[in-house]
Write a protein that binds this ligand. Sequence first.
Ligand code: KQY
Length: 364
Amino acid sequence: MPRPLDSTPAADGFRMPAEWEPHEGCWMAWPERPDNWREGAVPARAAYAAAASAIAASEPVTVAVSDRQFEPARAALPDAVRVVEVSTDDAWIRDTGPTFVVDGAGGRRGVDWIFNAWGGLDGGLYSPWDRDDRVAAKVLEVEGDARYRAPIVLEGGAIHVDGEGTVLTTEQCLLNRNRNPELDRPAIEAALHAHLGTEKVLWLGEGVLEDETDGHVDNLACFARPGLVLLTWVEDPADPQHGISADALARLEAATDARGRPLEVVKIPAPGPLTITAAEAAGVEPVEGTRPRRAGDRMAASYVNFYLGNSRVVYPLLDPTRDENAGAILRDVFPGREVVGVPAREILLGGGNLHCITQQVPAR
Ligand code: KQY
């Protein structure tokens, strides 16, 4: 691998663009591990293939796949989808892939964060994770983009930007002792600004209940355009998610962004509550050191975890009583894009959703 650059994106005039800015494409990775995905990941692979097909109508998609799964993946995916062999430990390229940055003058590079499987040996989700930690460098090789190796543990799902200087994140994740225990809040903020080209951090508190990433913001809230935040919402005050979302709402309503604008917040009522069925739990092969899947456990279901493509918003279908309402809200917020739902329960059963399994490649 070429040596990483020894400066930072901000110092070189690069910034992370917002997700609504034009994309050159989208990366995904193919699910395999039977201790995370039920029935040997067969149903999950069908869900990933449907998501890839839906996104491919919006922009070119590349899927990273092991040698063992190359032929089945090639057969399951549309011809327009590029399939490349990249070794991974699991299939969450939002977190293992690079965060792309651009300079507005035709330059694009990537930030390769340190990955420790969402907490390393202190609550992380599997071990080892070294193949996942090399994914970002490999994606950047394929894309021909230079790489910054950021000196902090961070996953792409832990941040959202508005492309105009503001980064949104959660204390539960970024200040967690299992990520960067040697760094305090100001040091984390400085690292974010140096690698994302941002100027202001908006801190939310906890992420979605039972989110096994330690509360990634991409399951709780996201920017939809400068000054507008979508927030997952539960109305029932007896549901613990209500307090989490209400705290996020209060923080957002009290905040201004990097440009000094107050924020408008649009609530998206969450699916469920959704729990794992006995049949679903029984299909996962338990392995010591990985997170068990138990019947009755609540899942961290949210409609905020969607993919914002060039011409399409691809959002998770999770609850027939709520899916239509979520789609209507997204149509209202993104009038220039086609809003398309794809069945996503199998992805949720693995611990994340559509945003977590995708990584946009911004146009240069
Ligand atoms: O949601 C994500 N960004 C990743 C979830 C990882 C779950 C592993 N079981």
